[in-house]
Design a protein around this ligand. Structure first.
Ligand code: GRF
Length: 203
């Protein structure tokens, strides 16, 4: 299974996916990493792993539509079976989402349906929640609203800042995202009738 990973920043989830992809029992290869930001550390991580990289800078386009068309042209050069959003901080157009429907995954740092959008950790702390987490989900046209695939929970501890909580959540993201990608790669995870469908999955 060939995957293309889209990033905007640090790429720690990308690193976890690359590392897992190199182990036995992994059923996918990262064919390319594409960033909308030229300075993204994730591009360096990809290069160090010998993976093709590309940058499509959103600032060079005058609309979301034209950016997404250019982005999909670069993605399609690699003919991926799956497109993985890993800290890709752009809202995608309906046309883009439809093009990759059923083969587009995202990870969001909250226990969806709680806290779609930004600043999830601060919002969870401010709400007095006792736990937070991350959700892998199929991407649909609704922002952070697609069918959930896998969630991990962590406690919110007294004295947590958004940063300490984000780090605790990230360490779980690095476990669940490669697992979900590997399920998809094995044909054990599909989108059916707008729901995630599982066949013989194991953690
Ligand atoms: C993660 O928290 C992810 O859930 C969110 O953006 C962050 C990306 O981190 N969508 P990284 O670039 O993978 O380190």
């Amino acid at each position: 299974c060939k995957i293309v990973v889209l990033i905007s920043g640090s790429g720690s989830n990308l690193q976890a996916i690359i590392d897992q992809g190199q182990t036995t029992g992994s059923h996918y290869q990262v064919a390319a990493v594409i960033s909308n930001k030229p300075q993204a550390l994730g591009l360096v991580r990809a290069q160090e792993a010998g993976i093709a990289t590309a940058c499509v800078e959103h600032t060079q386009f005058d609309s979301r539509e034209s950016f997404d068309i250019a982005l999909s042209e670069v993605i399609d050069q690699f003919q991926p079976d799956l497109v993985v959003l890993a800290g890709f901080m752009r809202i995608l157009t309906p046309d883009f989402v439809r093009r990759y429907l059923g083969r587009l995954l995202n990870i969001h740092p909250s226990l969806l349906p709680k806290y779609p959008g930004l600043h999830t950790h601060q919002r969870a702390i401010d709400a007095g929640d006792s736990e937070a987490g991350a959700t892998v989900h199929f991407v649909t046209e609704e922002l952070d609203g697609g069918p959930p695939v896998l969630q991990a929970k962590v406690p919110i501890l007294p004295g947590d800042s958004a940063e300490t909580l984000a780090n605790r959540v990230l360490s779980k993201e690095h476990l669940i995202y490669p697992a979900a990608v590997n399920w998809f790669a094995q044909g054990k995870l599909t989108l059916r009738h707008s729901e995630a469908f599982f066949d013989d999955v194991q953690i």
